[in-house]
Design a protein around this ligand. Structure first.
Ligand code: ZN
Ligand code: CU
Length: 476
């Protein structure tokens, strides 16, 4: 007996193969048939003619560690058709930080009223006790591990601290983490040398786990920074994910030609892949070096002056009679959006065949970067349909099957019998983001229905309240 039959839709299955007309049958939380399926013998039939039936989108790069608990409906993601998020990116994971003070950039995910987790095992257990609306897969962050094991973060870890961090890595992998993330770009991890990172990641050697990195420098030293992370992964025999690949700063505009060629060449002798968000502006904590690289800076949040969220930094500085540094100091702790990239670089990176889509959305920001609500429909509607950067099936693959393969998310990412029934049904002619830099909190258009584990989680522009997300544990 089939529980639900999606009839007459256009299946774009996540492999990159051409769209085809097919029915999709679901029983329990699984897809049981794809093809021509008779309606008799189905408890429920849904006509989806004229719509695309795709695997639920996988957000390869998120900071939703805490959002999964504080807003388990996950509307920013579900409204885009995202059914799985990879959390714990950029070196910053909520677990195992516990109740320790979250120094920036850990304050992008940690803080507030919690919850707090002393281990990845606790984090997984909490997700399973109180499931969110979508699935989560987890990376453990090296910056978090430094914060947990080191008394001062402005130096390289000593042998004992490295040993302690290694134990955390081993525990996280045993608990089911996909791997580790690093973020040597950020102050609390900047003093971590290549050797420190290599030694801490040692328990990953020979496993199928991945390391995802916010590299040390995405500006002038981008090539050296790529070489650093790719070299570590190669030595350990593990897969390197270069997070939110970009080149920043006017003097580096156009250098994606060089970085992509460099990554392609490295990929001949190492396992390396990239993710990217579809915007020419970045967002993170507010800091002077990032501000100097940008043509303009928009304040995303400020703890000192919350009402400044949504204002441009140069306007504020002028009003206050301060220079940029003075204005930044006045706003701290704070986060910002940096207009720091070349649109042609963004398009070139998105179009690269190995590029997965990750939003990098920052869900706790008062005035968030529009990527939080818009990344996936923007890839489909703006970059795919309007700009013609890639076909529909390639766009879908970049946000589903490719990501599942690269991160080892077995059972996710494809419309095939046996796969989990996470499906996104959308109108390929109208799907588009509506979140902008002026008005960033705005759900996408054209996402008609989203299924998580065989249940409808989003329809008619609203969540159904279902909580069928699972904690994805990597099998060791
Ligand atoms: Zn990052
Ligand atoms: Cu990030």
């Amino acid at each position: 007996m089939v529980d639900l039959l999606l009839r007459g839709g256009t299946v774009v299955d996540g492999t990159g193969g051409p769209p085809r007309r097919a029915d999709v049958a679901i029983t329990g939380d699984r897809i049981v048939a794809v093809g021509e399926v008779p309606a008799t013998g189905s408890a429920r039939v849904l006509d989806v003619a004229g719509l695309v039936v795709a695997p639920g989108f996988i957000d390869a790069h998120t900071h939703d560690d805490r959002l999964l608990f504080t807003d388990p409906g996950m509307a920013p993601k579900l409204s885009q058709g995202v059914t799985t998020v990879v959390v714990g990116n950029c070196g910053i994971s909520l677990a195992p930080l516990g109740r320790r003070e979250p120094v920036p950039p850990l304050n992008l995910v940690a803080g507030g009223d919690g919850p707090f987790f002393e281990s990845l095992a606790d984090y997984f257990a909490a997700l399973e006790r109180d499931p969110p609306a979508i699935n989560a897969a987890v990376l453990v962050g090296l910056t978090t591990l430094r914060a947990v094991t080191m008394a001062s973060l402005d130096r390289e870890a000593d042998a004992g601290e490295i040993e302690a961090m290694r134990a955390h890595v081993a525990q996280a992998l045993a608990a089911g983490a996909l791997g580790v993330s690093t973020g040597t770009f950020y102050a609390p991890a900047r003093a971590a040398t290549r050797d420190e990172v290599l030694r801490v990641l040692e328990p990953m050697r020979g496993t199928g786990a991945v390391v995802a990195s916010h590299i040390r420098d995405e500006g002038d030293h981008v090539i050296d920074s790529l070489d650093e992370v790719i070299g570590i992964a190669r030595e350990l025999g593990i897969r390197q994910v270069v997070s939110h690949h970009k080149v920043q700063g006017r003097t580096n505009f156009g250098r994606s030609r060089q970085t992509l060629a460099h990554i392609d060449e490295a990929a001949l002798g190492a396992d390396v892949c990239i993710d990217c968000y579809p915007y020419a502006a970045s967002s993170t904590v507010l800091r002077i070096d990032s501000a100097r690289q940008a043509s303009r800076v928009l304040v995303a949040w400020s703890q000192a002056l919350p009402d400044c969220a949504g204002r441009f930094l140069d306007d504020l500085a002028r009003e206050w009679g301060l220079d940029l540094e003075g204005a930044i100091a006045k706003l701290q702790p704070a986060g910002a959006i940096y207009f720091s990239m070349d649109e042609a670089d963004v398009e070139r990176i998105l179009a690269h065949p190995g590029t997965m889509i990750g939003s990098d959305g920052l869900p706790h920001d008062r005035f968030p970067h529009p990527r939080l609500w818009g990344a996936f429909p923007r890839v489909l509607g703006h970059y795919g349909r309007k700009r013609g950067l890639f076909s529909l099936e390639t766009a879908v693959r970049k946000m589903t099957g490719l990501t599942a393969e690269r991160f080892g998310l077995e059972g996710l990412g494809f419309v095939k019998p046996g796969m989990r029934a996470d499906l996104t049904i959308f109108d390929a002619d109208t799907v588009i983001d509506t979140a902008t830099f002026e008005s960033p909190v705005s759900p996408a258009r054209g996402i008609e229905r989203v299924f998580v584990g065989g249940h409808i989680a989003w329809e008619c522009g609203a969540p159904t309240g279902s909580r069928d997300g699972v904690a994805f544990r990597r099998r060791a």
